[in-house]
Design a protein around this ligand. Sequence first.
Ligand SMILES: [Zn+2]
Length: 381
Amino acid sequence: MNERLFYQDAYIEEFQTRGIRQQQDQKGNTYVVLEQTAFYPTGGGQPFDTGILNGIEVVNVEEVEGEIRHFVKEPLSRLDLIKGKINWDRRFDHMQQHNGQHILTASFVELFEIVTVSFHLGREFCTIDLNTENLSDDMVLQAERRANEIILENRQIETKWVTMEEAVNYTLRKQLSVSENIRLVIIPEFDYNGCGGIHPSSTGQVQALKVLNMERQKKNIRLQFICGNRVIKQFHHKHKVLQDLNKLLSSPEQEMTVAVTRLLQNGKHQEKIIEGLKEELLEYEARELLKQSIFKNGFQVMGKVFQNRNVKELQKLAKIMVNIDAGTEVFFITESEGGLQFVCVRGAKGKLNMKSIAAQILPLINGKGGGANQQHKAAVH
Ligand SMILES: [Zn+2]
């Protein structure tokens, strides 16, 4: 364990050491094993550290069979002297999220005896799964408030290596997953927990904790939350969205919901008005077209070719026409990029057999169609 500098001091950002060996894994990725390292490998829900070794980027750090492998972008040219530097922003962010999780989880235990069954530290958000099927918004608020109290109290965080025998002296939050090299992370009088992750030295450094979302899983409830700088980032982002909406809606923040509801209602109202106007327009168009209909061989016929006209609307138009004048026979064709579509509608007093006419038209435009004798449409693609 002596090679693990992150356990001696979580705040080591730069270090100097020697390489033990450099080789490739089965996938052909080059990795380096060091005498000592401040790079934390993925484990216990905490992602690995990134950074550089002799200026070469470290892209992944994994623990395999007890050794820490630093996967590098390209092989190091020397192993006798290695200067390492971890990406501190990333590491400290992980420390804030990880300890925030301990605090939130312990708050749920303290207040409601609800245990956490899993934890995920994601790039944007963290989640915990709580072993309960019922959780109210108020309970979440209480736990969040308790967590922020613990943060504000700035309690010292202790880490301790103990044996199995020593471990039984502590009221641990959950069963230990290892029987040797037991490491306890302790927030005095609040949380005693076996954990191999990296934590800040006091709760104040977690800065703040905010629960963002609650989602029901099969038998658990998943909470999404953020800590530390992520709270500031989120706040900034959300504030920007609100400010933009303020301007767009000319409405202060407190009245935003009312303003948006009003806007949606207005939209629906306008849609209804437009529908009504469309109907009126079709009626007007129908009467104009009827004036242009012609008499030929004892039939009153109206035929017209349209460009990019909705075929349903044309059906409606034709129906209005035959309702006004039951003796009319209507033939419409609409041309669009998709092809040709036609509509033929016979009035109640019409004499033409639309089905047979459609059957004659269809082969000409190579389409297919069906329907009653009085009305026909077809599409060609
Ligand atoms: Zn932990």
